[in-house]
Design a binder for this molecule. Sequence first.
Ligand code: TYD
Length: 137
Amino acid sequence: MPVKLIRFTPRGDERGSLVALEDHEVGFPIKRVYHIFHTASGVTRGRHAHRDLRQVAVAVTGRCTFLLDDGRTRETVTLDDPTTGLIISSMVWREMSDFSPDCVLLVLADRNYDEADYIRDYDQFRLEVERLSESDQ
Ligand code: TYD
């Protein structure tokens, strides 16, 4: 199933909450961090897969919905909790929608930005999933 969630250890006390994200928490060496915010109403972002990149997404405020598709199964999940991360493996098609106006979506990635790693066409994504499963047999 494409949706895999991880729960981060909240280190809160009477002053408030804190979550620290390190390599061992997310399962890969963190190389790049970006955040998506001020997303316009009704917008769908993403609509791509990555050939090699691994990512973890966290809605640090607000909420948004992810559709994940590994070429066999499609699943949706709403992120609305700063202590929960969504693991997005390589070769998973993602679409993000239903952003609340206050949503800040933090994304941790194991590689630098590389346009050549993107698959932006869904049919091409399915083709590459097929090719990978044939080469695994
Ligand atoms: P894009 O990957 O299309 O965003 P999304 O998946 O959320 O729809 O990226 C939007 C723009 O930002 C595009 O011009 C590429 C650029 N960008 C970077 O320069 N560095 C990055 O790390 C990312 C994720 C995007």
